[in-house]
Write a protein of this length. Structure first.
Length: 92
């Protein structure tokens, strides 16, 4: 299967942009622009090779302090958007 990618502009986090590349249903690569680099490099290493749905289930709803979202939560939103776009492509 061909690699698919998305560039996702985040909301409410220090990280302003997330680039994700998937291979089929698995995360191939993730790049966070801005934010806490140590933590985000850790998230990247943990999610590469994981199933998209597993990442969404684990990260969705995580909050950062009093903020209603976090970088991991924004990654889950990015993956949900990517899945939606893939579904739309299939139904066309």
């Amino acid at each position: 299967m061909a690699l698919k990618s998305i560039q996702y502009r985040t909301e409410g986090t220090c990280c302003g942009l997330i680039n994700v590349v998937i291979d089929g249903s698995k995360i191939y690569d993730v790049e966070f622009i801005g934010g806490c680099m140590g933590n985000l490099q850790g998230i990247k290493k943990l999610v590469i090779g994981m199933e998209i749905d597993d990442v969404i289930n684990k990260l969705q709803g995580i909050k950062c302090g009093s903020k209603p979202t976090s970088c991991p939560d924004q990654l889950s939103k990015c993956l949900i958007e990517l899945k939606s776009k893939m579904t739309q492509e299939i139904t066309k």
